[in-house]
Design a protein around this ligand. Structure first.
Ligand code: F6R
Length: 606
């Protein structure tokens, strides 16, 4: 939540920072702000409530050369969205200016003390105390002042500070929120995430927990929280900057839906070597097959739904039990985890606070942790015992799509790979063969959008939707409902179709559409009976069915067909129509699809 970006260098940086913020807007869009230092060492501060475009308006006729600056896009935690609460924040003497991502838990005590000392606060934020505290501690040595400040503040943060008296410098620190630094000749950057600076450099340093970076236009130094200098090695990022652009699509979400064939193909191929599964970075030698008596899977939101599919996949392939938890529950429920446990954490961003903390708890108890993440170098990727990357490329749309299908692909690969290691008789070459057919099948589902536009026109005014599925497609029903509610603001519930008669069927009336995932499967007849129960109560039926199932049209108001695929792999296909239904309904309702209200892509606060 919240995105920060900073620049020190030879170039005029206003546009660099604004375009960096554009790439970070997925992290929050309640307000945005920029602080720049001009040639005369004046701080220029501009802020605006709402989306970044409002801030951009403030810069329409702006032509003052500034080569140092910081920017922020906010997801409000303390203090409602307003210009006063927008970052950057100044100290009392208006010398230092700061942006922050995270939460300062002890801010009110610190604020009290500083007020006693004569500091004047303007905002309701927790953030403002950092810059005032920094001012209080500053005694001519910028690193010393940061050290003293972080000794006092509690909570999670990544912050960056610039100083008008030392205009060619920027200092930033990380504790519990992501921070990266990048460099080019004669210019240096910091940001919350790689896409913010990808257009300028691919030479990226990932700050670890409790590290500080001091940037000057021609140097970059790293320190730990004790102020001891540390050496860090950079990573060369191979993401193409174009991947973080809309490339002619109306929304990132639609672009990312269309990128799924490529994302799952690349994810699959990254796990193969000469057509045999080989998952590098997993450090599997550290897991004794005997330890694989049970798997725990932990995640949030869409990634949690992919774990629910993963449960089916691992249990069927490995015949060992799998427990799936919401990270926010797992971390507080004293889970039964020990050194014999294998815990798989799934996260697109690799930064979700609850999942990260769940991982740390599992590690503390001696479990072997495996992170399935999309963002290279993210905190989970670096802290887990083993890591498996989904190769989806940057996912910018707040509603997760290609990350989900890439996570599913990873589960299929991992389960087959583990089966080999455990000596379980699974025909992995046939698994690979089938997995290779999925990508072209998704392309056929994406071929014709008319049906989704028609469904959107018919039902966009509905106030409630149900999504129903069974077996391995029950998690897809949950995911379909989540997608619709988060981007269209229509109330939607996902349910196992067989559970309807135990309560939710009371909701059915003639204006409530039910989306049935009724592809060819061992439970087809059971799902059909559930569908009939809804139909008998005048409910509207939208079926996601298998090509060739002409029969289903008789019982449905609308049918979307997917190619014929083994039910075990079908979630990779059945989820695509649910994404498109949500997308076109949200579009018809005029919703801001890539930036749904109240949300942020990377939930780095608890
Ligand atoms: C929904 C969505 C969220 C995320 C959740 C976890 O479309 O994107 O529910 O799935 O916040 O995020 P990650 O996967 O980054 O841990």
């Amino acid at each position: 939540m919240c995105g920060i970006v900073g620049y020190v260098g030879n170039r005029d940086c206003t546009k660099i920072l604004l375009s960096g913020l554009e790439k970070l807007e997925y992290r929050g869009y309640d307000s945005a702000g920029l602080a720049l230092i001009d040639k005369n060492n004046n701080i220029i501060l501009k802020k605006a409530v709402g989306k970044l475009e409002n801030l951009k308006k403030e810069f329409i006729d702006f032509n003052i050369y500034c080569s140092t600056g910081i920017g922020h896009t906010r997801w409000a935690t303390h203090g409602k969205p307003s210009v006063i609460n927008a970052h950057p924040h100044l100290d009392s003497k208006e010398r230092f200016v700061l942006v922050h991502n995270g939460i300062i838990e002890n801010y009110s005590e610190i604020k009290e003390e500083l007020i006693q000392k004569g500091h004047l606060f303007h905002s309701d934020t927790d953030t403002e105390v950092i810059v005032h505290l920094f001012e209080d501690k500053y005694n001519g040595d910028i690193l010393e002042a940061v050290k003293e400040t972080i000794n006092i503040i509690d909570g999670s943060y990544a912050f960056a500070i610039i100083d008008k008296e030392n205009p060619d410098m920027l200092i930033a620190a990380r504790h519990g929120a992501p921070l990266i630094a990048g460099e080019n000749e004669n210019e240096r950057f910091v940001a919350s995430d790689v896409p913010a600076i990808l257009a300028h450099t691919r030479k990226i340093y990932f700050l670890d927990e409790m590290e500080i970076v001091l940037l000057k236009k021609d140097s970059m130094e790293f320190f730990n929280f004790e102020g001891k200098k540390i050496e860090k090695v950079h990573n060369n990022i191979n993401w193409d900057p174009l991947m973080a652009e809309k490339s002619g699509y109306d929304h990132f979400m639609l672009k990312e839906i269309y990128e799924q064939p490529k994302a799952i193909r690349e994810t699959l191929f990254s796990k193969l070597e000469k057509d045999v599964f080989n998952i590098k970075d997993l450090n599997l030698d550290n897991i004794h097959p005997d330890n694989l008596r049970k798997i725990n899977m932990v995640a949030c939101g869409t990634s949690y739904h992919s774990c629910l599919v993963g449960k089916f996949v691992f249990e069927k392939t490995l015949r060992i039990p799998v427990d799936v938890d919401y990270a926010s529950e797992f971390r507080y429920r004293d889970p039964v985890i020990d050194k014999n446990s294998v815990v798989i954490l799934v996260s697109q961003s690799g930064e979700t606070a609850d999942t990260l903390e769940a991982m740390r708890i599992a590690k503390k108890r001696g479990a072997y942790t495996i992170a399935v993440v999309n963002v290279f170098g993210s905190t989970m990727a670096r802290e887990a015992d083993g890591v498996i990357y989904t190769v989806a490329g940057p996912e910018i749309g707040v509603a997760s799509t290609k990350a989900f299908t890439s996570q599913l692909m990873t589960m299929y690969c991992l389960s087959a790979y583990l089966s080999e290691k455990m000596g379980i008789a699974v025909n992995t070459s046939s698994v690979i063969k089938t997995l290779k057919t999925i990508s072209p099948m998704i392309e056929t589902v994406l071929d014709n959008l008319d049906i989704y536009k028609e469904i959107a026109s018919k039902y966009y005014k509905a106030t409630d939707f149900l999504y129903l599925g069974r077996g391995i497609n029950y998690p897809v029903a949950l995911e379909g409902a989540l997608k619709l509610k988060e981007i269209s603001y229509i109330h939607a519930e996902g349910y196992p179709a067989g559970e309807m008669k135990h309560g939710p069927i009371a909701l059915i009336e003639n204006e409530v559409p039910s989306v049935f995932i009724i592809n060819k499967s061992s439970l087809y007849k059971k799902v059909l009976s559930n569908l009939q129960e809804i139909r008998a109560r005048d409910g509207i039926i939208i079926s996601i069915a298998t090509q060739g199932d002409e029969n289903i049209a008789k019982y449905s108001d609308d049918v979307i067909y997917i190619p014929d695929v083994d039910e075990f792999y079908s979630p990779l296909l059945t989820v695509i129509p649910t994404q498109l239904i949500a997308y076109f309904i949200a579009k018809k309702r005029g919703c801001d699809i890539d930036k749904p209200r109240n949300l942020a892509k990377s939930v780095t606060v608890e």
